[in-house]
Design a protein. Structure first.
Length: 452
């Protein structure tokens, strides 16, 4: 089989690439190879026992005008807007997110540590130093108290990596810094001000997040499901795909995790093979629960920085939409971080998770489980250590010489959200088509009505 563009992966990045190729150059041929039986990859859902479970919380944060218009057109009237209701559980109490602006309700000594430590960073700031580790950045930005009581323990629990080895490249929009007066006010009163990029978000009313890739796939066509890519010959420009055979391509777009993709590619020069070994990530074990009790919490999600809880976050997907759980029931997702080399006993971990949910008061002893399903994510979060960016740059530079694009959250080996992934596909299609796409791109970006 021959095709102009072979796309590896039918998640949002791959589907968006094909969608925009089709819009900008109808004569261009493409093929999407997706190993799952449904589109979307990790931006998908599983239906079970009357519940719809996502692969952890997948919420729509729409900031780009084009991305917003396209996504809302894809979803039509099957979407609504919510105001974030997220909290942190520590020292036996819940405080509002973000921790650094909302310490009211914590033990007085903890509040004093946090507020006083932050004020020291304002009145006695340390000189900026290039190449700070994430840990040092936390202390310089928020002070010793906030760092000790939340920022350091939570991020160590999530990343499973010494924070001295992590950079600050990833955290800009994801870790809000409040003003001094906001920190002081939030230490004295229940501050209800919203902070951060996700203060409001959108979510489908019915069908879980699966409806978004389903809608995009319906406009694309030519997606081959159940077709795992086994090998890629960069020199011969061919790939071996289950159910298809050998596919020859003019341009290749990868959206699978960069580390895995490089593992099936040949030939690779030794510097690129060494770069691949420096790419690190963590796995997330996501337990989804259906509970026979309505509205067990009004929260959207809760963070857990303390070691006594095995999970770092627990969310309530039935609070995103009442239609993802049967009437009278609640659906939850609980996330546990592990290093990829760790062996995990899911039965034992499940008991620990349920014990933790009871210990913090989310579950009662008499609560009955109607449904449960583990949805592990082997490559969940890219680790931004000091080796990550040089390694990614080395890999991308070599792939570019072979006419290969590697995009999206995992293909680009980065930390991002769904709208950005869809925009990655749009920009990739424009690069593939070159000058011919520029006029079309400008016209589409100026459109005031949704794309059809």
């Amino acid at each position: 089989m021959k095709t102009d563009v072979l796309v590896l992966g039918g998640g949002l990045a791959g589907l968006s690439t094909a969608y925009h190729l089709k819009r900008l150059s109808p004569k261009t041929t493409w093929l999407i190879a997706e190993k799952r039986r449904t589109p979307g990859g990790l931006s998908g859902s599983v239906a079970q026992d009357g519940f719809v479970f996502d692969h952890t919380g997948h919420l729509l944060h729409l900031h780009d005008p084009y991305g917003k218009r396209l996504i809302l057109d894809l979803l039509g009237d099957n979407v609504h807007v919510l105001s974030r209701n997220s909290w942190i559980h520590s020292h036996g109490v819940d405080t509002r997110y973000p921790f650094q602006a909302n310490t009211c309700g914590l033990p007085p000594k903890v509040v004093e540590d946090c507020v006083a430590g932050f004020m020291k960073t304002v009145h006695r700031p340390k000189a900026a130093v290039p190449g700070l580790s994430f840990k040092e950045w936390c202390v310089r930005t928020f002070g010793d108290g906030i760092s000790r009581h939340f920022m350091i323990p939570y991020n160590e629990k999530l990343w499973k990596t010494p924070l001295e080895r992590m950079t600050t490249e990833w955290q800009g929009r994801f870790v809000p810094k409040p003003l001094p007066e906001e920190v002081l006010y939030g230490g004295l009163f229940d501050q209800k001000k919203f902070f951060g990029y996700n203060a409001t978000f959108r979510y489908p009313l019915r069908g879980g997040i699966q409806v978004l890739p389903d809608a995009l796939a319906a406009r694309v066509g030519n997606v081959r499901y159940g077709c795992e890519v086994r090998s890629v010959d960069l020199a011969a420009q061919t790939a071996v795909v289950d159910g298809v055979g050998e596919v020859r391509w003019e341009r290749l777009v990868n959206t699978m995790p960069l580390k895995h993709f490089l593992g099936i590619c040949s030939p690779l020069p030794e510097p690129v093979r060494r770069a691949r070994e420096r790419l690190k990530f963590i796995s997330v074990y996501n337990l989804n629960l259906g509970i026979a009790r309505a509205k067990i919490s009004d929260r959207h999600w809760i963070y857990f920085p303390e070691k006594r809880f095995p999970f770092y976050r627990a969310g309530f997907s039935s609070n995103f939409s009442p239609h993802v759980a049967p009437k009278g029931a609640t659906s939850m997702y609980i996330e546990v971080s592990r290093r990829p080399e760790e062996r995990v006993d899911l039965d034992r971990l499940e008991r620990q998770v349920l014990d933790g949910l009871r210990a913090c008061g989310i579950l009662r002893r008499g609560d009955r489980l109607l449904s449960k399903v583990w949805l592990p994510i082997p490559c969940a979060y890219v680790i931004y250590d000091f080796e990550r960016t040089p390694a990614v740059n080395a890999a991308m530079a070599h792939l570019a010489t072979r006419g290969v694009e590697s995009i999206g959250r995992y293909g680009g080996w980065k930390y991002s959200f769904m709208e950005e992934t869809i925009l990655d596909g749009k920009r990739c299609a424009e690069r593939l088509l070159g000058r011919a796409a520029r006029a079309e791109r400008a016209a589409h970006d100026r459109e005031l009505t949704p794309l059809k």
